[in-house]
Design a protein around this ligand. Sequence first.
Ligand code: SF4
Length: 92
Amino acid sequence: IRVEDKLFQNRYLVDVGNAHIRVKPHTKPSAELLALLKVCPAHCYELNTNGQVEVTPDGCVECGTCRVIAEGNGDIEWDYPRGGYGVLFKFG
Ligand code: SF4
């Protein structure tokens, strides 16, 4: 079974208006931000039409990869979702 098919079995409770990951405003993405486009297993990071990196954390599996890569240099802010929100793995 492909990783994408496994991820599809997860369920999420989205905390609307309270994204648990935020990308700091930037004009040109750093190497770390560009790396997130490739390493996030849930493909939460995308380039917008202005060439900036955006995150849509609704499908985030809280693996922490982006946190390790890009939180230390201030490119992103990362918190766990509030209690009761986020990924539910019991279906996977
Ligand atoms: Fe993607 Fe993992 Fe970061 Fe969530 S924690 S956005 S799944 S890299």
